[in-house]
Design a protein around this ligand. Sequence first.
Ligand code: HEC
Length: 164
Amino acid sequence: MKFNMNRILVGLVMAALMPLFGMMSGPGLAADANPVKERQKMMRAVGKAMKISVKMLRGELKYDANAVSGAMKTMNDVAGRFPDFFPKGSDMENAIMDFDQESDARPEIWAHMDDFKMKAAALKKASAVALKVVDDKAAFGAALNNVGAACKGCHEKYKAVRKD
Ligand code: HEC
């Protein structure tokens, strides 16, 4: 990461203000939570859920309806809360939230927050549909394609490719 004194200073100021920020940010965010870390953690859980589902469909792991059901529930839960973890200034280019934290969130998110929320809602819906058909491997496979399309639909517009 580039050494950027301004960012470090702003980061320190924000760190000092963090307890206050936590109180103002409403439900779903712990008082001392760093929203960038939280949302990345949520996405990693979603990524893991996707990987397991794909492996089971490909036969690399034994297909287990309970496991893919858990995976779809994880995605459904994350999709419902994810947009709450994008307070203004928590992207790299306008990094008033930078606590030494890299983020792949593109500034377009804040310019099109309604659309971003719709993309999250699309994942919520696609994972709910897939959840209903976990007992039928073929149907689940088809439903997971739509889940994948929901990931891609958001990433191609709102997620940068990390440069380091
Ligand atoms: C509503 C938009 C949206 C949807 C839907 C979405 N993502 Fe993401 N995803 C993002 C954004 C934005 C980031 C970058 C977050 C950051 O770095 O601050 C990200 C980051 C990630 C990461 C990297 C996490 C890390 O370690 O930093 C993974 C893995 C990921 N997404 C997987 C998925 C998968 C798999 C799906 C579908 C099941 C999905 N995403 C659906 C917006 C989305």
